[in-house]
Write a protein that binds this ligand. Structure first.
Ligand SMILES: [Mg+2]
Length: 316
């Protein structure tokens, strides 16, 4: 009896000899985070120029209206950028937010240069974290009797949103972790979530206030975003800030809705977004840092005037 004919052997796949590149999304997330960070720092440094310390209000009003670039140099960045650099450092090291490490990075950054305009709460908290970083667990929730609801967690978080832009659930999770270290109040955290989601959507080319509102936890920040949805983009920014806030109260709900509104008003034009944000004054380094970080996740800083980049203090 003739044995059955065996089918010819199929060629075996050759072993893979080339390294597998990382997923394109991961690469683009890292790039988008860097773009966002550069723009956040630019917004921070640009916005800072409009404080009365540098020019009185009537001069600032006239120069912003006429779009006259501040001629002094350099434009120093402030605590917004200092803390964003610390967040970036932790992401670069591990690819996620290690909260104890972040606490130590914030504390070291503060200790290295305390003159960056940090808020009162950070002057209390960060020196203690330098001694014992893990004490943020107990110290941050007791700051201001219930945790800070300031805009400090929101002002530094846009690059994180860009980093995780391909996964919005992870954006919310990591933004929350980054906020809790210093801003334990639910509205301090909500501000960070809103800005991180806005930056992620911007990096993906799909920023809408409605989508940011949808992803933001319940409370005054979310309520402010709901009001922002109903403010037409034809509205002058200073009028919009009457409805949405301008950061003057240094609270997340007083800051984030307006900064997200101006970002959504100029999603492809960083320069226009920053001028519009500056028109409202208030906590103008922080509103411009937030708007810059969100828009810059998409645009980078290449489109702004060369002299802006030349005047901005470098990131080291
Ligand atoms: Mg600042």
């Amino acid at each position: 009896m003739t044995p059955p004919t065996r089918p010819p052997a199929r060629p075996r796949p050759r072993p893979r000899t080339v390294p597998v590149p990382p997923p394109p999304q991961a690469l683009s997330g890292r790039d988008a985070a860097r773009r966002s960070l550069e723009a956040l720092a630019l917004g921070d440094a640009f916005g800072e120029r409009w404080f009365p310390l540098f020019r009185d209000r009537s001069r600032a009003y006239a120069e912003i209206k006429a779009r006259i670039t501040p001629q002094e140099s350099p434009w120093h960045w402030t605590d917004d950028t200092a803390m964003a650099l610390a967040v970036q450092q932790v992401l670069d090291q591990g690819g996620f937010i290690d909260q104890d490490r972040l606490a130590l990075c914030f504390a070291r950054t503060f200790d290295a240069d305390q003159g960056r305009g940090y808020g009162h709460g950070m002057h209390i908290l960060l020196p203690q974290l330098l001694v014992e970083p893990a004490s943020w667990h107990t110290l941050a929730p007791t700051l201001f009797d219930g945790g800070s609801l300031g805009n400090g967690a929101a002002m530094r978080v846009a690059p994180l949103g860009a980093w995780f832009a391909d996964d919005l659930e992870r954006v919310v999770e990591q933004a929350t972790l980054s906020a809790e270290v210093t801003h334990a109040h639910p509205q301090g955290i909500a501000g960070a979530v809103a800005v991180a989601v806005a930056a992620a959507l911007s990096a993906r080319g799909g920023l809408t206030i409605e989508a940011v509102h949808e992803a933001t936890p319940q409370g005054p920040v979310r309520d402010g975003l709901a009001r922002a949805v109903d403010v037409p983009f034809a509205t002058e920014p200073w009028r919009a800030s009457d409805i949405l806030g301008n950061g003057q109260r240094i609270r997340a709900d007083d800051t984030v809705p307006f900064a997200v509104w101006t970002a959504a008003r100029h999603p492809d034009d960083l320069e226009a977004a920053l001028w519009a944000t500056a028109e409202a004054f208030g906590d103008v380094d922080t509103t411009c840092a937030i708007t810059g970080g969100i828009v810059g996740a998409r645009t980078g800083v290449e489109g702004v005037p060369r002299e802006w980049l030349d005047r901005r203090e470098g990131l080291g």
